[in-house]
Design a binder for this molecule. Sequence first.
Ligand code: ATP
Ligand code: MG
Length: 220
Amino acid sequence: MIQFVNVTKSYDSNIAIRAVNLNIEKGEMVFITGPSGAGKTTLLRLIYRAEHPDEGQIIVAGWDVGKLKDRSIPYLRRNIGLVFQDYRLLQEKTVYDNIALTLRILKVGEGDIKTRVSNILKLVGIRHKSDSLPKDLSGGEQQRAVIARALVGDPTVLLADEPTGNLDPDTAMGILKLFKDINTRGTTVLIATHNRDLFAETGKRVIYLRDGEIEREALG
Ligand SMILES: Nc1ncnc2c1ncn2[C@@H]1O[C@H](COP(=O)(O)OP(=O)(O)OP(=O)(O)O)[C@@H](O)[C@H]1O
Ligand SMILES: [Mg+2]
């Protein structure tokens, strides 16, 4: 589903990802961890072509990401759901409208949108918050809404960058359970996190990055 072959990415003189080789199969749930500056966010950004690799090849859902023309990027991104801190809910729109937006852009009919948004809100456990504004949700509920938005387009891959960063430990575990459920339904899930508690005892693959290199791999 996601393959990196000898991928290098630098910012000016700073090498963020160094000759990384990685293979993630369809349906896997994988954690990326490592110290601040190790390259976790950069690795995720390379997958959805927010960054372009300097060297090497990246294949995602059959797309050769490094070779994609700009006009093809939206087609790649339809396969990918994003849970990133700098990609917040629109504050003036309800939870429902925040999630429906993705489908409206794809010109899905309103009837269909209603069913899909309702199903996805049920899956993430906040259907009763459908008409609320983001500011009236708790941190955990907001994160559930962000996850619903990422999932509503039915992506094959879900990328999450520090998805529990601002949450208390119990709420974080609730979000982890949700990611596991999503993964069980067949979505490939990739989570970048500092938080060891998130992957401890999951039995899932954990990739340790340091200075842009894969230092080691283990099971959580
Ligand atoms: N836009 C940018 N311009 C210049 N350097 C950058 C940029 N983005 C990241 N870097 C550098 O690339 C390296 C990897 O950064 P990255 O954000 O991928 O690390 P990270 O593992 O996600 O860190 P954190 O845990 O703090 O989020 C760091 O040295 C960082 O300073
Ligand atoms: Mg980061």
